[in-house]
Design a protein around this ligand. Structure first.
Ligand SMILES: [Zn+2]
Length: 426
């Protein structure tokens, strides 16, 4: 990978900063104490440095060295109080933050950092999944979903994944959100369709294969994918696809399905079975799909089984890769949602709920911080060395916050260098 200057902390921060500067500030002039830019960038810095709460961030910012570092690193000239931050972020339309994800993506692509994410030589794999990031018995807003007496916020997220890569690249987020005056609750699958349209809007030419769970292997979603020129490998549970499975069983009885068996170095048996061109369901206009099943047998026992429908024609050359891509779906759950929930990002933590967009904007800023960290993990040697030295992410960010309390740093690289080798500082 050649020059990564455009993937440096400063370059990525400038993308966020310039998008934020272009957001119209709808507040009344007389009431404005802090520039909108300072409000959003402060919240972003809080997520970037993984402060566990708004209160702790505010406390940290009472120290002169900390505010000084915030100014050099994030260009914040005055740190807003928590109420001011919450009010301003509540009114911010999340559509203003969405383009930054595409900015980051395009820079990664430009640096050839995404070549290792290619599948079937020319495609990229985007996993899609829904997750909740807020749940309460009392606290709610007009956009809350109501489930079993609890108020909830959910999103459907798309992220670039690859069987051989631990890092996931966030692409697009779509809220599952109730809008006023609608008595029907929004649902994950509808949000998923909106997500697909946005994904195409931000990445008009990207050759994409969508992987998702069985909820998505239904006709309307598959038609949405076809309309947006995306390919798919979607989990197909037997109980969701009775007609399809009858076709498969009929073909199997006539020995019309293809089969491939491979034994690995550990002696485990991998069994692939597939058939191309079967109807997805019993409708007259059912889409024709290709069905693939994969089983893993260890010491005579079946230890894993899954099946998918795909629109890529399956043969003995690609069956293995197709199954490994289908299996990538778990990465969005494990490497994205679980990381955001359990590894210092405090995604379920209540930074604030608001009346309009506050909790979703906090989610987006948190995800953006995660994205920036993922880019450093993929491309920044100094960051990689710090991660290695400090073991866990949590301890890295604790160290970074402690160092910012003690010294004033001219830039991010100097901060990292000193966390890595403290004795150098003088
Ligand atoms: Zn709400």
């Amino acid at each position: 990978m050649h020059s990564k200057k455009h993937l440096s902390f400063a370059a990525l921060r400038d993308f966020v900063s310039s998008r934020v500067k272009n957001i119209p500030d709808g507040r009344q002039e007389s009431k404005v104490v802090h520039r909108f830019h300072d409000v959003v960038m402060s919240a972003f810095a809080m997520m970037f440095f993984q402060d566990p709460s708004l209160l702790q961030f505010q406390k940290r910012m009472e120290e002169a060295r900390q505010t000084s570092n915030l100014k050099t690193l994030f260009g914040v000239s005055s740190v807003p109080r928590d109420t001011c931050m919450r009010e301003a972020l509540d009114r911010l339309d999340p559509k203003h933050l969405a383009p930054v994800f595409a900015d980051f993506f395009h820079e990664l692509q430009r640096s050839k950092g995404l070549e290792q994410y290619r599948a079937f030589t020319r495609f990229y794999v985007a996993a899609i999944d829904g997750s909740g990031y807020f749940s309460s018995e009392k606290l709610h807003c007009p956009g809350c979903l109501v489930k079993k007496g609890r108020y909830e916020h959910q999103i459907v997220q798309a992220a670039l994944v690859h069987p051989g890569k631990r890092q996931v690249i966030p692409l697009c987020s779509e809220e599952v959100r109730n809008t006023d005056g609608r008595d029907k609750q929004d649902c994950e699958i509808n949000a998923g369709k909106r997500l697909i349209k946005n994904l195409r809007k931000y990445h008009p030419h990207l050759p994409l294969v969508i992987v998702a769970d069985s909820l998505y292997s239904k006709q309307p979603f598959i038609e949405t994918l076809a309309k947006e020129r995306m390919r798919f490998v979607l989990v197909a549970k037997e109980e969701d696809h009775k007609v399809l499975m009858e076709y498969v069983e009929g073909a199997r009885a006539l020995k019309e399905t293809s089969r491939l068996e491979a034994r690995d170095v550990k002696g485990r048996l991998h069994v692939y079975e597939w058939i191309n061109g079967v109807p997805l369901n019993g409708n007259d206009d059912a889409p024709s799909v290709n069905w693939l099943s994969y089983e893993l047998h260890d010491k005579g026992k079946r230890t894993y089984h899954n099946a998918w429908v795909a629109d890529l024609p399956i043969d003995e050359k690609n069956a293995e890769e197709l199954a490994s891509i289908g299996r990538c779906r778990w990465k969005i759950e494990n490497e994205t949602f679980n990381t955001l929930k359990n590894q210092g990002y405090h995604i379920e933590h209540n930074f604030g709920h608001g009346e309009e967009h506050l909790s979703f904007n906090f989610f987006l800023l948190n995800l953006l911080a995660f994205f920036m960290h993922q880019i450093f993990e993929l491309t920044d040697h100094l960051y990689q060395a710090c991660r290695e030295k400090l073991g866990t992410k949590r301890s890295l960010w604790e160290n970074l916050r402690v160092f910012m309390r003690s010294f004033i740093f001219p830039d991010w690289e100097t901060l990292l260098r000193n966390v890595h080798t403290p004795s150098d500082f003088g």
